[in-house]
Unconditional design. Structure first.
Lengths: 285, 335
């Protein structure tokens, strides 16, 4: 079974009535939090997301938080039920999956289930900076970008500052190494129209990177906004750490080269989104 | 695995309301609306019931078809019967049928016009349409202004079938809800019927306005209600979690402070008794009384003297005397 068949099969399993295509969605933001066994940090992520919903509401922008639980076994679902009962009217929604399907399939499901046009993908151990979400909303509206992303502050286990991530605009060396985190604001309709995430075991852990490359080479815009988007808390058993084996890196790079750069000339081809930097109060920088 | 959540239960209602809003002709607001928590509770109850129930949706008109759409989207019911008064405003019926098609809802829907017959005859007609192997679940929604007239209808429904189950909403706060008063008067301690208000099952259902009336000797219903409450029983009662977390943080910080204090050389000297004479006061007095030139020559002489005294102090002055002098010095000067 090739990858397209697998994605179709998964789509049929996950969605009884798969709309083709997704109908136009009302303008607003859905903050999606895929969860798998992150009970102890989930409330922190949800708190920051609800604060972002409130910040957007103050600017008369509709928003919601959609937590999709991927068959957690650590008590997350009970906690999510409790939080949903308390905060449903504040915009918290919970979807519980009956089978574990993996984070990529969860994000694909979110593209179908979200109520609004724009979507934030955040992990259960991240935090949004609520004060800045409206800046990113204005940026994506004004630039018609498929993705807008900003700085992410990396914190260690004791909340100590480690690093500033996502600190440059889209440039061609991203075909060698990814430096844009999934934690960003997306135009759901553009992502869906482009084909969404590719589920491929070779890419395991880097499907978001492949999506960024796919969008860029397809002419879509990925715009850097030099404002802090959120906080990335480094967890000891983070999924990304598990996919940095040298053999895996080689295999993945070979696959990406085959898809995007068979002739080795990608560096000479500047996409539309090359070095796009924007701030809604300034314009393109 | 029970995966139903408020969001998934409420989705068909949200979709239907969006359809109504998108159609500019549908400007009428429902007299009664269904809360998300109540949608979840009703859906879960029907899903947990041992046999697929048949829904008799008496709430259809007052919710403008919302309750019917909600039940039609539920795969765990046998059929949905909607009795309605032919004399009332009927736009909602056409919206309902259009939405059923648009949302591709496959459940059986039976719409029963109820003419001018008396109350008992009308409900006997409903009873004759019920599936004998599927227990009926009546859903009744009444706005506050019509609540007073509900007692006779409730009593009729309760005697219609051997094991009646009636969902009733919106039930307001005690002392401020006519519908609650009517339901309580129907389910007196002496009657064979029991009223359970869903918000009493769990703290997390506090926003619920749903009540359930059933026979007291029905042992299935309390089990189902307990099972639904257990979905919201976690290890962490939120207030206790907060209290324990704060306690842990305070203890942790105290340990950190104690560790820092143990590792760090104190910057302040250990406390000594308060000196009788401040060294600074003596110094200021000395500078005021003795001219600068004299102070300088005295300093030079004192350096050579003190060097000599210091070098020979321990030889000249016995130990006990030196200790007494030291204590006097500390008492006077603090050092």
């Amino acid at each position: 079974m090739n990858n397209n068949d697998l994605l179709s099969a998964l789509s049929r399993i996950l969605a009884d009535d798969l709309p083709a295509p997704i109908r136009s969605a009302p303008v607003g933001v859905t903050i999606v939090i895929p969860n798998w066994n992150h009970e102890f940090v989930l409330a922190r992520a949800i708190r920051s997301a609800l604060a972002a919903v409130k910040a957007l509401a103050e600017q008369e922008v509709s928003a919601e938080v959609l937590v999709i639980d991927d068959q957690s076994r650590d008590g997350s679902l009970t906690l999510l039920r409790q939080l949903e009962a308390l905060y449903f009217d504040d915009g918290l929604r919970v979807l519980a999956l009956s089978r574990n399907v993996g984070v990529v399939a969860v994000r694909s499901r979110a593209l179908l289930e979200a109520s609004y046009r724009y979507i934030v993908f955040m992990d259960a151990d991240n935090e949004l900076v609520p004060e800045n979400i409206y800046t990113f909303y204005r940026s994506i509206e004004q630039t018609n970008a498929a993705v807008v992303y900003g700085n992410i502050i990396q914190h260690g286990l004791n909340n100590e500052y480690l690093n500033l991530m996502n600190n440059e605009s889209f440039q061609n060396h991203i075909f060698r190494e990814n430096y844009i985190d999934t934690f960003a604001l997306y135009d759901r309709l553009q992502i869906f129209d482009s084909g969404g995430y590719e589920e491929n075991f070779i890419l395991h852990g880097h499907e978001d990177w492949e999506l960024f490359l796919h969008l860029a080479v397809g002419g879509r815009r990925l715009v850097f906004v030099p404002v802090v988007f959120g906080i990335y808390h480094d967890m000891p058993a983070s999924r990304v750490k598990s996919v940095r084996e040298p053999a895996h890196i080689q295999e993945r790079q070979a696959y990406l080269d085959r898809v995007f750069d068979q002739l080795g000339i990608r560096e000479k081809q500047l996409p539309n989104t090359h070095q796009l930097r924007y701030h809604p109060d300034i314009g393109y920088i | 695995m029970t995966t139903e959540t408020l969001f998934s239960s409420y989705q068909p209602i949200e979709q239907y309301l969006r359809l109504l809003q998108a159609n500019h002709q549908c400007d009428t607001q429902a007299v009664v609306s269904i809360k998300a928590v109540d949608a979840f509770l009703m859906k879960q109850f029907a899903a947990y019931y041992p046999v697929k129930p048949t829904i008799v949706d008496v709430a259809a008109e007052s919710t403008l078809g919302t309750s019917t759409i909600f039940w039609l989207a539920h795969s765990g019911v046998q059929q949905v019967i909607v009795p309605y008064d032919e004399k009332t405003h009927l736009d909602w019926l056409s919206w309902l049928q259009s939405a059923k098609k648009s949302m591709a809802l496959d459940n059986d829907l039976l719409i029963l016009p109820q003419g001018d017959a008396d109350l008992s005859s009308r409900w006997l007609d409903v009873e004759s349409r019920l599936d004998p192997l599927s227990p009926p679940l009546f859903v009744v929604a009444v706005p506050e202004i019509w609540a007073n007239g509900m007692k006779s209808i409730l009593e009729t429904l309760l005697t219609l079938v051997p094991e009646p189950l009636i969902f009733l909403f919106p039930i307001g706060a005690i002392g401020r809800s006519t519908l609650l008063d009517v339901a309580l008067s129907t389910c007196l301690p002496s009657s064979p019927y029991q009223l359970t208000v869903m918000r009493d099952i769990s703290f997390f259902f506090a926003g619920s306005q749903l009540g359930l009336i059933y026979k007291r000797d029905n042992h299935i219903v309390p089990d189902i209600l307990r099972r639904m409450g257990q979905l919201y029983d976690g290890n962490f009662d939120l207030l206790t979690l907060l209290e324990k977390n704060i306690g842990w943080q305070v203890a942790h910080q105290s340990e950190k402070v104690a560790h820092i204090q143990h590792e760090t050389v104190p910057l302040v000297p250990p406390p000594y008794p308060e000196p009788l004479l401040s060294g600074r006061l003596i110094q200021r007095g000395y500078r005021a009384l003795v001219p600068s030139g004299v102070r300088q020559s005295l300093w030079h002489k004192s350096v050579s003297m003190t060097t000599g005294v210091r070098n020979n102090y321990h030889k000249i002055i016995p130990l006990k005397t030196r200790l007494v002098l030291r204590d006097i010095r500390i008492l006077l000067l603090g050092r």
